[in-house]
Ligand binder design. Sequence first.
Ligand SMILES: Nc1nc2c(ncn2[C@@H]2O[C@H](COP(=O)(O)OP(=O)(O)OP(=O)(O)O)[C@@H](O)[C@H]2O)c(=O)[nH]1
Ligand SMILES: [Mg+2]
Length: 577
Amino acid sequence: MKYIPLGTAGHVDHGKTSLIKALTSIDTDRLPEEKKRGMSIDIGFAYLDFPEEGLRVEIIDVPGHERFIKNTICGMAPVWGVLLVVDAGEGVMPQTVQHLRVARAFGIRRVLVVLTKIDRVDSQTVELAKEEVKELLEKEGMQAFSFYPVSSIRGEGLEELRRGLLGYAKECYKNREEDFFRFYVDSAFVVKGYGTVIRGSCVSGKVEEGEILVLEPVGIKGKVKKLQNHGVFVKEGKAGERLAINMPEIDHRRVERGFLLLKEGQLIKSQRLLVRLEGKAPKGVGYLFLGMREVSFRHRRVEEDICLLSLSEPLPAVRGDRGPLLDSSGSLTGSYEVLHPLPLRFSKKFIKENLSLLLERPEEYLLLEVGKGGLSLERLFSFFGKPVEPSRIKGVKVGRRLYHSSVIEELKQSIKRELEGRGGFLSLSELRERLGVSKELLEHVLKDMKELTLLEGYVLDARRANLEELEGYRRLMEMLREGIREERELLEYAQYLPLAVRRGKAHSLGHYLYISDQLLREYEATLRSLGREFTVQQAKEKLRLTRKYLIPLLEYMDRSGITRREGERRVFVKWSS
Ligand SMILES: Nc1nc2c(ncn2[C@@H]2O[C@H](COP(=O)(O)OP(=O)(O)OP(=O)(O)O)[C@@H](O)[C@H]2O)c(=O)[nH]1
Ligand SMILES: [Mg+2]
């Protein structure tokens, strides 16, 4: 079954509650005070099923009186669409406009318009009201799904409306089941034999019996014992659905309207939000609604319509959340849209420079913002309010974190600078400390820097470092100075060998034989004492080497241009007598 939450909106007495009752047979005015005054005070709930479509429209009926605007805002917070109810005789009135603005603030752009009480007016008056609403919608930058003239008393137009409602509900449907769970609490009470029941709207994700939920902002945890949707037990609840959640471990007196139920470890709360504003930002302290939660804030302007908000309380917002802004007198001044629910960099300069990234490629903004600290998957997911495939993100993945490629490049430059300042030689732990990066990241970057070598807990630039400081290197060089060595004799020092060769301190003669540069020079000097030319036999006697070592040595001397072979003889290329 699909659940689609829709709300009513409209001026006081324009017939919202009567309309819902006519459609659903449910009276959403439950309070004695409401009955007595014939007026809605608080939000009320109903539903309308379309069984053939597998669809339930969840209805939240809001009060129209100006005094209860905050209840109205709470009622509209979880809905995906709005039935704008206008008395055909009275036409557009102040709360018609105000409610429309609240709906817009929550991101609703198309409303279904119901013109009520047509039994009391002629068709021309109905037409007039329709024109008035059309004008208003245009002025507010909104559209009508369609217009439905009805009489809730006599039943005229209700069938057409019901059909229209189905089309509208389908249009409003949002697939949010895979998002993280967020539940807007509107009340809590105790049921005998069950304990605390928390009632509200599931706006995203799913919840099952037996799960542990966290009540925010108080951070109390509790287990879901039972779940109901409109008085019927269900095993699972999901996005769009009205739910009563039985959580006996939570004291109902600790629960307030506006609280949220979340799942642990999913959404990260933040006391700063980076938002786009529409309308005016209240001067000084303002108030915003995230869902049904009202918090105060101060703002700092970054650009014309981009502001950084400091909230009085951390909120678990996600990218794209919207809601109304109020000033201290409670009047609606505008709305916000969350661009970044958990910003880390607050300087105007940083935000301005990277604004287009934040708008178009937010993942990249996140990567830049975290820098060498790296982006955790938790942060990434929390930003979007749902898990996203990390491979979709254009970043370098190291362990469980993602890094911007420019961060990796900068790190390489810093490593080079550090090494230069230290003669090409630095202990890994010191380097890590100086750069302030994780071991994982440093190792990843170093692996990428082919010119560097990791040895004995040191990073070294083979061309610059003083290798003599390394024990293994010293021992290798000693061995190579004593005589020509076969590679298998040097296995223990295998990692130092290429370093020594690259620096010209040792030579590879081929045939898996190595010699130190010093010894090579000594052999050369000894051979020169034989004169400009010499034979293999002479060399063998002079150097006292077996042919196994001698031939590769002489061939190497030929290859490296020290000698030249002429028949049976070898001639020194350079000779000064
Ligand atoms: N004749 C006629 N009267 C209606 C119709 N719809 C509502 N009314 C009457 O209008 C009055 C107000 O109706 P409600 O449904 O309570 O209006 P509301 O919009 O819910 O009012 P608030 O919740 O206080 O904003 C009641 O006396 C209704 O009986 C209608 O279609 N025809
Ligand atoms: Mg009402």
